[in-house]
Design a protein around this ligand. Structure first.
Ligand code: HEM
Length: 145
């Protein structure tokens, strides 16, 4: 998914922001809801606990970069629960875009084109795997006669 150099770039970047991840997640959700008000009702009214969960998951993803199979299993499960929560494949591009913006703003001059490319590849893996995990759940109900 990422080569060693790319994984190292992503790890180093996250080391710099490890203490800011909950704040970054809060800014992410605020911007996501501003840009796509239609997804707001999918989330609980109090977004506080969710910001902590996202921060935790981002930390996990970055820590598991070298354990591709384990990471993939966790993401398949997360994607499965997301399909039930109402997340649609099209939402993943928007989530990725907003998350990348907030990370890039926070890291400022540390956000290099190389880091951007490595992060983009990681995000593509995360989104594709979650979508794959959710796809198993799609059930075509028989049309009523
Ligand atoms: C980068 C991809 C994503 C990651 C890493 C991620 C991560 C998470 C995590 C860790 C949770 C908490 C799950 C739990 O409580 O068991 C969660 C919940 C949720 N996510 Fe995501 N998510 C992603 C993409 C999306 C997308 C594309 C949507 C679609 C709008 C979405 C909508 C939701 C909703 C509605 C909840 C439940 C919130 C609540 O309980 O209030 N997520 N997400």
């Amino acid at each position: 998914m990422l080569d060693n150099r790319e994984a190292q770039l992503v790890r180093e970047a996250f080391q710099h922001i490890s203490l800011q991840l909950v704040g970054i997640s809060a800014r992410f959700y605020a911007r996501l809801f501003e840009r796509a008000p239609a997804v707001r009702p999918l989330f609980a009214e109090d977004i506080g606990p969710q910001t902590a969960k996202l921060a935790q998951t981002l930390t996990y993803v970055v820590s598991a970069l070298s354990s591709r199979d384990e990471l993939r299993e966790r993401l398949l499960l997360l994607g499965k629960s997301h399909a039930k929560l109402g997340a649609e494949p099209a939402h993943y591009a928007l989530v990725g875009e907003v998350l990348t913006e907030v990370l890039a703003e926070t890291l400022d001059s540390r956000w290099t084109p190389e880091l951007d490319a490595a992060w983009g590849r990681l995000l593509t893996f995360v989104a594709e795997t979650m979508i794959e995990g959710g796809a198993g759940d799609v059930v075509d109900l028989p049309k009523s006669a």
